[in-house]
Ligand binder design. Sequence first.
Ligand code: MRU
Length: 333
Amino acid sequence: MIPFRTIRYDPDKNSIIILDQTRLPQKEVYMTLENAEDVHRATRCMNLRGAPLIGVAAAYGVAMAAKRGVANDAHKACDLLQTARPTAVNLSWALNRMRERIKDAADLFAVLLEEARKIEKEDKDACHKIGLLGASLVKNNDKIMVHCNAGALATSGIGTALGIIYTAKEQGKNFTVYSSETRPLLQGARLTSWELTRSGIETYTICDNMAATFMGEMNLVLVGADRIASNGDVANKIGTLGLAIIARYHKTPFYVAAPISTFDRKLASGEQIPIEERAEDEIRIFNDRCVVASSARVRNPSFDVTPSDLISGIVTEQCILEHPYTTSIAELS
Ligand code: MRU
């Protein structure tokens, strides 16, 4: 169903091969990452991105670092990779799993590689199950709005929000997707439109500031998540909060799709979620041209937090969570 591979471990070279997302949609270029430093750089520079994929790549980064069988190499890799990006909790979730395995490992490299493969496989399976459960939300002839990229490019499987769309398509449903461009790095325009159209899904790209104009026509909004607090507040790509508010005005169902690795049950609410603030130049420079007066200041938070009361449901690999989220999230196994 997905005609490209976002991440692949190469056992002969002890490296991972990723699809370089900074080059899309113009070029489908693959990049080889040979060590934890490469994975760290590629994550920061967003050659790879998306919460679940960041976790899977980091796990392989730790395994690659343990090639000599030295526990300290693996610990150092964990510490470095932890600093790559702050908001997606899948990163620390995957690194904590890797750290647990360093403790008691005799054949360290084999054990860590096995754990990284397990994390990748679980991510694939979770996407598949999210797709199956969430497809029940999609009806024939729906118009569905999505934001950022929560697809195969953001995971090692079919994606979360877009996994639902691929599964509904496979079930024979017909629908149209509206993808918001997602300033400043254009994950919607560059990545979501690329992957959906390659699978034959009718997709319109709209500017972020057109969402309110089109929302009245939408039957459903589907987004991913980078971290979900125990009360159901969701951190996701900047612009998600605005969509949720507009959807509420139009009474359009607003669903989040995320694997359980995206939940941070230590946090009481979204206020405690760390929000990444990225470089000013991502906003100042557009198409290689400076588009902001040099004396003007710029803010660039990469994520926002949508309060749980604006969310109709959260599709996980176990079930579709409903209000009250404090109870339904606590009941997840
Ligand atoms: O900055 P990005 O591109 O890594 O942000 C990605 C998102 O916000 C996605 O919606 C989220 O990670 C879910 S991906 C299944």
